[in-house]
Design a protein around this ligand. Structure first.
Ligand code: 2HG
Ligand code: ZN
Length: 489
């Protein structure tokens, strides 16, 4: 099915026909065809990534999801699976030509009983992280991954992007916290790998392959999650430091603490923006070049442990959290960066990994690289070398060149062009910078095996076919009304 401006009436008739077939599956109220109702599903929350869908369909359960996929596949209509739509790389919103159906998984928000022996729970793809946390914490357990968008991010979306967040240094990314998955395949069949067996060496890990596949292979409908005991005691501190090199040194000292769970950095510019936007009081009387937020969690006195190590460090100033409310207050200085940057403009976001030893030099080199063409805010997850580079004030004409220059620099450091947000559409053309031709050929073969007709999330992850992509030459993206859309195959 194609919907073009040249044949709007025919297109609308096709939209209505598909809508009727899907309404038979999910009910009238869960097929959204009106532009105003579709709009929240078509733009990400930064406002940067925005497209146009044919319609939005909202199944209630895995069976309805499978049937909806079957209907779309029979009509030849591409499907963009969507969770909480908190993604930042254009991977959860449709492309610009109005031909794709957004399949919202938000109604699949059930959370099953906790199995305290296996320390596992099964959740629907649409359950939010915050709802899961409330559910499992009643049992003294926790999910290992936590992130600032916990109230809207869904477990399905987090698994599809292999989200990382704040506690990766202790518990790994989502991949390390998933014991099984259920997904709807491109032909409407269902892959069920939910048993959660800790030992099961029976061939390829099909469920595991879906973690980080960004909705390009199948639609995740349920997940079996691994839980961990929730440490009863937590302690936090905010350290004011001279530089990022200083922060890396401090982190190295703190890593001898087994209880260390979080090490987040930000800079003076970012803190100033957060204070201005939030009205929060400044954490210290003076501004400092770099801040490191750390947290420890354990059964016995993490505060004493943390205080002892922090006491040996040459921090300029330290604020220690003595209770949970303090800890949340300190965490807000870091967690509120995203909303503060958003309030200041529509950011160009580059989520990258830099080998830790290279991180200070990479950040120090940014002004030269950007040459005054953007205001840069850097913050992120220090232990993984995960820098969130947020650029404001970038002129449309400079955008491609800046993205290319930064990602090229990342490739040169031996880092990754996507740390935890995924490739989506935003970075598909740049994949060759850090994945080899052999890698990409294998990825294409995997995609062809799972989704031969290219039904799921077209334009995401894989570079446009037949183009070399960004191995160093000219960008292969195009602009559309101030947005950059990766050229589609
Ligand atoms: C975070 O760590 C998120 O806060 C969002 O990954 C990062 O806004 C960003 O660039
Ligand atoms: Zn992050």
């Amino acid at each position: 099915m194609t919907v073009t401006g040249a044949a709007p009436r025919a297109a609308d008739a096709e939209r209505q026909r598909l809508a009727r077939r899907l309404a038979d599956v999910v009910g009238d109220t869960h097929v959204l065809t009106e532009p105003a109702l579709r709009a929240p599903y078509e733009t990400d929350f930064t406002g940067r990534w925005s497209g146009r869908s044919l319609l939005v369909v909202r199944p209630a359960d895995p069976a309805q999801t499978a049937e909806a996929v079957r209907v779309c596949a029979a009509a030849g209509v591409p499907v963009v699976p969507q969770g909480g739509n908190t993604g930042l790389v254009g991977g959860s919103v449709p492309g610009g030509d109005g031909t794709e159906v957004v399949l919202s998984l938000r109604r699949l928000d059930g959370i099953g009983p906790v199995d305290p022996g296996a320390r596992q729970v099964t959740v629907g793809a649409g359950a939010t992280l915050a709802a899961l946390q409330r559910h499992v914490r009643r049992h003294g357990l926790d999910f290992g991954v936590d992130l600032a968008s916990r109230d809207s991010a869904t477990l399905g979306g987090m698994a599809a992007t292999n989200a990382g967040g704040e506690r990766v240094l202790r518990h790994g990314t989502v991949r390390a916290n998933v014991a099984g998955a259920e997904a709807v395949l491109a032909d409407g069949g269902v892959l069920n790998r939910l048993a959660g067996l800790p030992k099961d060496n029976t061939g390829y890990d099909l469920g595991g392959l879906l973690i980080g596949s960004e909705g390009t292979l199948a639609v995740l409908t349920r997940l079996r999650l691994t839980l961990r005991p929730r440490p009863p005691r937590r302690a936090g501190a905010l350290l004011a430091l001279d530089s990022l090199a200083h922060a890396v040194g401090v982190l190295t000292a703190l890593r001898r603490l087994e209880s260390l769970e979080l090490a987040e950095f930000f800079t003076a510019d970012g803190l100033a923006l957060v204070l201005e936007h939030s009205g929060l009081p400044a954490p210290f009387r003076h501004a400092h070049p770099v801040y490191l937020l750390v947290e420890c969690a354990g059964s016995h006195g993490p505060l004493d442990e943390l205080a002892a190590v922090v006491g040996e460090l040459d921090a300029r100033e330290v604020a220690v959290a003595v209770d949970d409310a303090d800890r949340r207050r300190l965490a807000a200085y870091r967690e509120r960066h995203t909303e503060a940057v958003n309030a200041a403009g529509t950011p160009l976001k580059l989520d990258v990994t830099v080998p830790l030893a290279e991180l200070p030099e990479f950040v120090a080199g940014l002004p030269g690289l950007l040459a005054g063409r953007a205001r840069a805010y850097v913050f992120g997850h220090l232990a993984e070398g995960n820098v969130h580079l947020n650029l404001l004030g970038v002129a449309a004409a400079d955008e491609e060149e800046l993205v290319h220059a930064v990602l090229r620099r990342i490739a040169d450091t031996g880092g990754s062009i996507s740390a935890e947000h995924g490739i989506g559409r935003a970075k598909a053309a740049y994949l060759p910078l850090t994945r080899s031709p052999a890698d990409i050929a294998l990825m294409r073969a995997v995609k062809a095996a799972w989704d031969p007709a290219g039904l799921f999330n077209p334009g995401a992850v894989l570079p446009p076919a037949g183009r070399p992509g960004h191995t160093g030459g000219r960008p292969t993206t195009r602009h559309r009304g101030g947005l950059t859309w990766t050229a589609r195959p």
